[in-house]
Design a protein around this ligand. Structure first.
Ligand code: PAF
Length: 280
């Protein structure tokens, strides 16, 4: 059986009200659909840690940098509902844009600092769109816990900062990236890779892991990063937008006495791929 789809906020509120009255802990897994095993792993984590689980499916127009990217984003609602069926979620919330952004909606949530480097520098306004919709989805679902994948590492840190700064009564639960057998992190965008590009795409995690290992062993950082970029270009990635070592939490400059993360974004055959690994 497919998951039960709820489209109206009034219907969702009636459900969450009754769950709250029973003292149920509500978990939310925010998604933009085109679900894959990565999303399902978030749902399984939510099921294990909550009494009720809501998956949200909303392709958020405010976080895309171009109308074409928004229009081309895969929309596979029926397949998504079918995939969720066996996981027995309590609701699949699929609001219309008018439910999320009713006429006259005029508020933008902006997390400064941490939103600015990396993705923020290459996708201006992206994290304002994410922070705004995530705030709305948290309020709509009244969730106690929200599950986010480490694949979008910067997004996870932005959402953590948002919840902390705004005293949102929700726990942000990070979940590990899920990778295909060849190491490529699962992403809805992988569907857009041609067969040949898909075969080459695993070079991204290979190069990231190799560079992280070299840095952890004490190899010079700048040289290792430059070599990583060169190796990506040699594998056909262009442009390589960033290949950077950052502080894991603040995404500011890395320090050897604090947890570090290596993050990359690069295009392969016009598909933008991102990934990140710990350096320890
Ligand atoms: O990671 C995503 O799919 C989106 O950025 C999110 C968190 C669902 C907000 O639209």
């Amino acid at each position: 059986m497919s998951a039960t789809i709820i489209r109206s906020l009034a219907q969702l509120r009636a459900l969450t009200k009754s769950w709250k009255q029973q003292g149920d802990v509500i978990g939310v897994v925010p998604t933009m659909g085109a679900l894959h095993e990565g999303h399902l792993s978030l749902v399984r984590a939510a099921k294990a840690g909550c009494d009720r689980v809501i998956v949200t499916l909303f392709v958020n127009p405010r976080q895309f940098n171009s109308p074409e990217d928004f229009a081309n984003y895969p929309r596979t609602e029926l397949a998504d509902a079918a995939l969720l069926g066996p996981l027995d979620v309590d609701a699949l919330f699929v609001p219309d844009a008018a439910e999320v952004y009713p006429e006259g909606h005029d508020t933008v949530v902006s997390v400064r600092g941490i939103s600015e480097p990396l993705e923020g520098a290459h996708r201006p306004g992206h994290f304002d769109g994410v922070a705004t919709v995530v705030t709305l989805l948290f309020n709509m679902t009244q969730a106690d816990r929200a599950f986010f994948g480490e694949k979008d590492w910067q997004q996870l840190q932005v959402v953590r900062q948002l919840a902390k700064d705004m005293l949102l009564p929700i726990e942000i639960v990070p979940c590990p990236s899920i990778r295909a057998e060849d190491g490529l992190a699962l992403s809805s965008r992988n569907q857009r890779l041609s067969g040949a590009a898909r075969e080459r795409a695993a070079a991204l995690p290979d190069i990231l892991f190799a560079a992280a290992k070299a840095i952890a062993k004490g190899q010079p950082v700048e040289e290792t990063l430059a070599a990583g970029k060169r190796r990506l270009r040699a594998q056909g990635f262009a442009p390589v937008e960033y290949f950077e070592l950052c502080d894991s939490e603040t995404l500011g400059p890395a320090r050897p006495d604090r947890p570090r993360r290596l993050l990359a974004a690069a295009f392969l055959d016009e598909v933008r791929l991102i990934d990140n690994v710990a350096v320890d």
